[in-house]
Design a protein around this ligand. Sequence first.
Ligand SMILES: Nc1ncnc2c1ncn2[C@@H]1O[C@H](COP(=O)(O)OP(=O)(O)OP(=O)(O)O)[C@@H](O)[C@H]1O
Length: 331
Amino acid sequence: MNAVQESSVQDAVVVENLSQRFGRTEALNDVSLKIPQGTVFGLLGLNGAGKTTLLRHLLGLHQPRVGKVRVLGCNPITDREKVMRRIGYLSEEDSLPTWMRVRDLTQFCEAIYPAWDRAYAAELCEWFELAPDTKLRSLSKGGRARAGLIAAIAHKPDLLVLDEPGSGLDPIARDDILQAIIRTVSLEGRTVIFSSHLLDEVSRVCDQVAIMHQGKLIESMPMMAVDERYEEWILRSRDETITTQHARRDCPVEAGLGWHQEDGEWSLLVPRQSDLSPAALPPDWQWIESRHVTLKRLFEAHVRAPRQSTMAGDPSGQTPGRAAATMESLS
Ligand SMILES: Nc1ncnc2c1ncn2[C@@H]1O[C@H](COP(=O)(O)OP(=O)(O)OP(=O)(O)O)[C@@H](O)[C@H]1O
């Protein structure tokens, strides 16, 4: 039996072997994923990794040509109306109807969602200091994001989908959004999936985290497992001029990832389950210590192209380009 057939009420989201092309761009490449109900699930990836495309499939906005998607036990294309009533969605785009007042927006949502909780919406407006008479146009970006969040959560959705909810917002607005996420989830059995560039936030609120890169889902694990799954080795080479390409060849830790050099020391991540031992390192390499692995380090190990400065004369060096530029903006 495959993952979709096995889908039960226990899984809010089941994605199986999902691929999506836009012309020559492979936005999703054989993505499989299960998100148990009641989870806060963080989706991490650089610009263009495929996060929005995956989330749009959950909302029934793309039809799978290859692979399958189930949301809350339903097909989001054929059962769209049923699914959408049980989903809350906030996109990174500022797409609220700005001619409306805050009150118009909540009344509009109340008409759409049978489960709209007027008292809860009013409570959120008060908490976010949004006066009912205020035109959405006159709100700051953070104010509009808060209004969008009310529209996304006041019908108490079973699944809340947030596409980069913190992008471009000040820390207070981001914190409001995160608190609202936690509140929503604390209502029994509700699930949140949110995409983000902000590793600190993901570490703080998520139970599960997945890393996407170039359309592939590379890792998906409980937050607690990051440190259980990997350790970071700090090494030194006798040859101080060694390049990344030569380091990988000279020091054949095949399962190692994220080779990185700084101040004469090399670091790489090694799976704890492997039978690798520092004692097996080649004689030119000295093991200094093992360190705990943070989500930031794991993410970088998967997605960062080797830095140009350490790659001089290294024919394997990838141009840091867009990926490295985006890395600079990560917290
Ligand atoms: N409708 C579309 N038409 C053509 N290409 C698209 C379309 N939607 C997405 N893409 C491409 O698919 C790839 C994945 O895009 P997607 O928006 O899913 O990434 P993302 O991880 O959400 O990025 P970001 O963090 O910048 O929002 C990108 O190369 C993007 O340009």
